[in-house]
Unconditional design. Sequence first.
Length: 366
Amino acid sequence: MKFKKMVLAVLAAGSLTAIGLGANTSKVHAATMNSIAQQYSYSGTTYLYKMLKTEGIKYNKFYTENPIKYRTGKPEGIVIHETATPGATAHDEAIYFNREWMNMYAYVHAFVDHNGVIQMMTPDYGVWGAGPMANDRFMQVELCEETDRTNFAKSINNDAIYAAKLLHRYNLTPTNATKTGQGTVWSHLAVSKFLGGTDHGDPDGYFASWGYSMDEFFDLIQHYYNLQEGNASAEKKPTATTAVTQALCTNGKTLMHDAYVYDENGKKTKTLKKAGVAVNVSGEKKINNKKYLQIGKNEYVNATNVEGTDRVLKRNTYIYDTVGVRVGVTKLLKGNSVKTYGSKVTIQGIKYYAISPTQFVKANNF
C-alpha cells in the first residue's frame, strides 16, 4: 500500500500464477493455519491518539485535514492489505504513518500484528490506501509481516476478529469479492484487478509464503462474524442507549473506557487497560463501597468501565469521536437514557462521557 511496497506489489502480482498452481496444497496448510489461529484470544485494540499521548508524540489528525466521505454515506466493505516490511510491528508502522502521511500521501484505518490492533482513526471516514476507486468506498486495514508461524497465526486471528467487528459495526454481511469484484471483503489485489486506480497485489503473495490464501482468510472472518452475531443476538434488545454501535467481544467482556487495574485491597497498580480491550470477568467484589470486576489473579477494574451507568439526556446531542470531531448527523434525543462508561474524559478542552470505546457525548448534555 505504501511507496515502499510498490516494487514488492509488482513482484507479488507476477507470482499469482504460481500461487494458483499450488492451490490444493495451500488449502491443506490454510485449514491448519485457521485452526491454529482460532486457539488464540483477541489481543485488543489500541487507539493511536491515546498511544501517542502516552509517548509524548503529536497526533497528526489525518481525517480532520482530509475528511473523505464515503460515496454512500458509510463503508461498503473492507480492504485487506499487508505492509511488505518484514518484522516491522504495528507500533512501528503507526508511528511512521503518523509522522509521514503528509509526505507519502498514504494512510489506513488500522495496523494489525500478533500483539493486537492499532486503530489510526475512526472508520467513519475514508483513507488513502487503495487508489481513487476504493478510498471513498472501503475501510482499509494493514496486516504486518510476521517472521514466524506462531506470530503469523496470532496476527491473522487479530485481523479477522477486527475485520468482523467492523463489518458488524456497519451492518455489512461478509461476502468474498476476491473472485468476482462483488462483495464486502476485498484484497488490495482484487481492487487492482476489478476497480483499477492501483496496481498492488497484496496480501496474496504474503499469504502464499505461509501456505495460506485470501479465500481462507475470508473463511476466518466469516467464522468470527458468525460468533459475534451469536453473541449480539443474546444481548438485550437495543434501546436508545445502544443506538451507538459498541465493540463486540468474542470472549468475555469489552472495556468501554480506559481502566487502571487494582489489587484486591483497592490499591491502584501501574497497569492501564485500554478501551476496546477484551477482558475475561471471573467475578465481582466490593472495594471501598465501589463495585469492581475481577479480570485476573488479584486484578480488578472499576465496574463502570464495563457495565456503564444509565444517564438521561437533558437535550438532544450529537456523537463525537476520539478527537472531538462530530460523527455524522445522527442525534441522541432529549429524554432518552444513554449508557455511559467510566468517568468523564477531556477532549480538546471539553468534557465528554464515553458511550463506546471510540464514541463520546458531551457531559453537559446530561
